[in-house]
Design a protein around this ligand. Sequence first.
Ligand code: ADP
Ligand code: MG
Length: 396
Amino acid sequence: MRKKTVRDVDVAGKRVLVRVDYNVPLEPETGRVLDDKRIRATLPTLLYLRDQGAKLILCSHLGRPKGKREPSLSLWHVAERLSELLGEPVKTTGCCCGPVVQEMAHTLEAGEVLLLENLRYHAEEEANDAEYAKALASLAEVYVNDAFGAAHRAHASTEGVTRYLPSVAGLLMEKELEFLGRVMQDPEHPYAAIIGGAKISGKMAVLESLLERVDKLLIGGGMANTFLKAEGFNVAESLVEDDFLDQARRVMERAREKRVVLLLPTDVIVADRFAADAQAKRVSVKSVPDGWRIMDVGETTLDVFAKALEGCKTVVWNGPMGVIEFGPFAHGSHRLAAVVANLAGATTVLGGGETAAVVEQLGIAERFSHLSTGGGASLEFLEGRELPGVAALEEA
Ligand code: ADP
Ligand code: MG
């Protein structure tokens, strides 16, 4: 079921309200944009609309101002960065609705860009208030959602507004839906999922959903500890979620039923404390010493994982293999990133903030088919849930 995109509607000379995800990190003292990845990710849509002669009215949330005007969460610095990237001035407003904003929106020229102030300065945004949604809609003639990262929330700017305007996907949203849709509905086999990260609790539903689709499930990172413990291994001081031992057992049981190859680490890097300069050594999962903790997967595990990925046509990866914040324990994630990047002819999809950060730091991001820009949204999508902000867009 394909969604209409900006390419399916006539936007020439029209006022187009574009929901973007400019929830970017700012430097506390200066407000300077520290990472403009999310801003750059919207450029294809913005340039397309500008080329078509649309008048652009952009809106986003930033942080959690909780319905109050919080100056440190103003989109003003984002507008500055965006105008540098677009090579022309971006107009800003002190608010996102009201007569002044109406006037500014209605007097835009073709190709001009206006960025509304933080949507969450009004509590009505997260409450999906109908009047607020109507006020946003009244600024424009067409609505475009390019904020995949916010699409799992039914807010006024992602869901409410679609009741009052023709509503289509932007090009970034289209790419997210294409790749995430492919790994959910129409994956080429063999298909492997790699799941890591800190905890099992936030990713149980994803594990269960992917288990029904994949041929191989590779588990690493902190969450593997709970599986190892469920298998009877001593994981000593490692991060473990005892409440999830039964669920981990159920996943392993389901994998056996479905004949899904489920791989856990067989060797691990352990540390004597949780620190970058901790004493570290490689041990078998059968002999994690008391008082030590698992920080990364070991070389033998990586060899086995690499072998399992060989020849796979679809790979989904969410969550690092170890404590990537500490240099010595980032090796497993780095080596795995290189392995996945080198898979020839495979569709490779990465989700999760930290996982994407790993391959960006390595400078190999463009060697993956798709890096999802939405952490929570991509997890919910992979769980098989319908995202309200996507459901609300018109079907092609
Ligand atoms: P993503 O953002 O890609 O979805 P997560 O947020 O689930 O990933 O997990 C990332 C976190 O997992 C990192 O902060 C990393 O330190 C942590 N992590 C990975 N392996 C371990 C481990 N063995 N012990 C403790 N934390 C771990
Ligand atoms: Mg994370």
